[in-house]
Design a protein around this ligand. Structure first.
Ligand SMILES: O=C(O)[C@H](O)[C@H](O)[C@@H](O)CO
Ligand SMILES: [Mg+2]
Length: 390
């Protein structure tokens, strides 16, 4: 079997969206405080889908959400010529070919995200070619079903946040991730507001359910050090990405500082990136995303690394590509779950792009033993809402 064509298309959402709100989620732009800018950097309403076709007629599907237009250009100009004509079963060789050929300017960020999309499509082909789901090629089923945590709860009116939590508590979720809306630029008033949202959610979900706290890199080290002792009494399961992804020593310092586990890795790339995080004990929970980190070829290796370091993997994003990785390793106790929702941040777009994404039931995700490959196809229902760039 040989790869015949690689097609990368950008799907830009032109359908209805939920308007941006200030203080919705802290993020790295907050330190340059200007409300219009900070929220504009936080919406991503396009996605690149890669379809790889083989000479045997199989089509594999991959996707990348980070900077999708640039990812497409990298795939078209650099990656496609490196894989066309090759056997997809030589996936490690092909991965190294893409990684090493782009190394001078790639390694991390969008180049690795583009490699991830191609790698995902290759693994989809592998599964389809032997009529097995991808997780069966990685180690198979390690759990009956995957526990998942409800991930939304962006900062807004506290009683709306409470209603949202209650609704999904009633649906059987046992773990919830909320977003802080405030950071250093919002001074002491922002500290109070942040604590209020944690308190409001604990009121609803109690202390027998898990609460995860997301900063999305919107704090700095000094602010995080101030917040950690105040958060301890709320018993968070973890504090996520308190500082920018490059401040690995900052993560390590925070992770030693309190009982609260620090999580990260959503903006880290490749095997070496995670080795560094683990060597420095910078994170107690690893959150790579398979469509950023280097695809399944890289994520599978990182799972093994995390197993050896006894650090749990809870991948970023409740998307199918990550579920296959969580299902196939004991290193991953749980997955993230983005609920089906109107297009807001952009995280929701995959629900409009793909058929086959599993819907959580009673806080669990199930993968079928009988659906080959990754189990996704392009959804027809919403295509008219997308502007497509070939
Ligand atoms: O962990 C997450 O789910 C991410 O950080 C989200 O993708 C981002 O939207 C922040 O809420
Ligand atoms: Mg996150």
């Amino acid at each position: 079997m040989k790869i015949k064509t690689v097609r990368a298309r950008v799907f830009e959402w032109r359908g209805p969206t939920v308007p941006a709100q200030a203080n919705f989620c802290s993020n790295a732009m907050d330190l340059l405080y200007s409300p219009a800018e900070t929220m504009s950097s936080f919406r991503f309403h396009a996605w690149t889908v890669v379809e790889i076709e083989t000479d045997s007629g199989l089509v594999g599907l991959g996707n990348v959400a980070l900077a999708p237009h640039i990812a497409k250009a990298i795939i078209d100009q650099y990656l496609a010529p490196l894989v066309i004509g090759h056997d997809p079963w030589d996936y490690e060789y092909l991965w190294q070919r893409m990684y090493r050929a782009t190394h001078a300017w790639g390694r991390k960020g969008i180049a690795m995200a583009a490699i991830s999309a191609v790698d995902l499509a290759i693994w989809d082909i592998l599964g389809k070619s032997v009529n097995k789901p991808v997780f069966k090629l990685l180690g198979g089923r390690t759990k009956e079903k995957i526990p998942c945590y409800y991930s939304k709860l962006y900062r807004r009116n506290l009683s709306d946040m409470q209603d949202e939590a209650q609704k999904f508590l009633d649906q059987g979720f046992k773990a919830f991730k909320m977003r802080f809306g405030y950071g250093p630029a919002h001074l002491q008033e922002g500290v109070r507001e942040n604590l209020k949202s944690v308190e409001a959610l604990r009121e609803v979900i109690g202390y027998d359910n898990d609460l995860m706290l997301e900063c999305y890199m919107g704090w700095n080290l000094e602010y995080a050090k101030r917040m950690l002792p105040k958060l301890e009494r709320y018993e968070p399961r973890w504090l996520e990405e308190p500082v920018i992804a490059d401040d690995i020593d900052g993560y390590a310092e925070l992770n030693q500082l309190s009982q609260i586990p620090i999580s990260g890795g959503e903006h880290e790339f490749g095997l070496y990136g995670f080795k560094q995080l683990l060597d420095k004990k910078a994170v107690s929970v690893v959150q790579y995303d398979t469509n950023r980190v280097g695809g399944i070829t890289a994520a599978h290796k990182i799972n093994a690394l995390c197993e050896a370091y006894s650090v749990p993997v809870v991948p970023h994003a409740g998307q199918m590509h990550n579920y296959h990785l969580s299902m196939s390793t004991l290193a991953s106790p749980m997955s993230e779950y983005f609920p089906v929702y109107d297009v807001e941040v952009g995280n929701e777009l995959f629900w409009y792009l793909f058929d086959g994404e599993p819907i959580a039931e009673q806080g669990f995700i199930q993968l079928s033993d009988d659906v080959p490959g990754l189990g996704l196809s392009i959804k027809q229902e919403y295509l008219e809402h997308f502007h497509t760039i070939e």
